[in-house]
Write a protein that binds this ligand. Sequence first.
Ligand code: MN
Length: 136
Amino acid sequence: MHTETNENSIFPKGEKTSPAYFTGTAWLNVLVPQDERGNYTIGNVFFEPGCRNNWHTHPAGQILIITDGKGFYQEKGKEARPIAKGDVVVIPSGVEHWHGATKNTSLTHIAITNITEKGAVDWLKPVTDEEYNSVH
Ligand code: MN
């Protein structure tokens, strides 16, 4: 998909993400596969409008740096937080959450994900349309 957002993006879109973990279409560009000490990975994620990832946790946390567009970040049991270009989200270890675009705008963020012997991410259930629609 060729959009104004992509023309303005910092990094190439990369590869389509697995539909097992995303509702809608997202793209991942792995910027740093794993640092030399194996402590973190850095990726650029582009969510097309309406796209969000599944509920998930990070055993050692994650940081999101939003570089373009608008979307939401929601922790289980809490109100969704609107996020937009320039925002930074610090996600604590083991907290169930999801992130994604709004219905009508794309979202691009850099994700810095810590890695431990427990891995980087544990994927859970998809965010249902009911859950997603309730945050708009
Ligand atoms: Mn996450």
